[in-house]
Ligand binder design. Sequence first.
Ligand code: KG4
Ligand code: ZN
Length: 366
Amino acid sequence: MKRIILGIETSCDETAAAVVAEDGTVLSDVVKSQVESFIPYGGVVPEIAARDHARHLPEVVREAVRVAGVKLQDVDAIAATNRPGLMGALLVGLMTAKGLAWSLDKPFIGVDHLVGHLLAVFLQRPGLSAERPSFPFAALLVSGGHTAIYRVDGPTLSAVRELGATRDDAAGEAFDKVAKLLGLGYPGGPVVDRLARLGDASRAGFTFQPALRGPNSYEMSFSGLKSAVARYVELHGCETEQARCDIAAAFQGHVVKILVEKTLSAASAEGLSSVVVGGGVAANSALAARFRERAKAFGISVFIPPLASCTDNAAMIAYAGAVKFAAGDLDTLELAPNTRTSLLTVTRKGGGPRAPKPGQRKALSS
Ligand code: KG4
Ligand code: ZN
């Protein structure tokens, strides 16, 4: 009999629970998004997020178990995101998972949310045939909170190495900020994507030179681009629908180019023939199109999982938990939440490149 894992995810603004078999088959995947609560604020408010998780998690867990057609007592282990994320939000999911594990006398497993995203490509959702890559592969994780390129040699923490990340804003955060500048509301990604399809980037005409252009640097930066849009809007305005579409197209074109070229160059330099994309921005239509087109030139296969596996969900946490479970890598109930990832990082956010240590591969930049 396949073992089944209950996963719980509350690191940011999605309250989620899922039941997943150890081979990645998704038996249930319940996500209650808080996005509506944050429309008036234009972004996530940590205190409200934590309270919303506390309010909704019990019903979300019950629903996940019900849809999976199992009883809580039937799950073989309980996994929860313990890092990275908002402290109050993480605490709710982690404490709930620990309480369940303790009372049901089941193994407990803490999962790094980013590892969950990196393994989400292995989830098998009913009715969706998902191609699975083999290790090693390069992965671009691109969301509202993270933007980084990894080399993934296997499903464990020690087998994942960051090749480069954003030094400032995450790409999704840049989409959200530009949408705000254009008066398009929150979250910005989907609406910028939609308008960009109706726009002509050359008409918006703002020029932008990415700051980190070194051929061997996989670091990225999006805050300069956001400022270029702000300056352009200040000078030229964005009153007409066409102007907003043109600006959206120009902005999106730059973001997509940076993400795709950096990722494919990193994969190629590492000798990797597969690229996996994850995170909410993977929903961007231009990103998928450019990846598919440019990957051919690099001779690389690109795997973009179904959207439900790209955005925050608990199925990926359950699966990452299942991998740890299979390896006997369990956690105790003392496991603490942490706002930072446990993955080794090479990019210093908001700072200059970190000097490579003696003997360390020179991963940084120009
Ligand atoms: O992974 P996710 O659901 O949540 C976290 O950030 O963890 O990603 C949400 C982000 C938001 O910044 C949103 O604006 C962006 O993904 N996003 C998109 C699109 N759909 C969502 N960005 C660009 N194009 C899209 N179609
Ligand atoms: Zn995420």
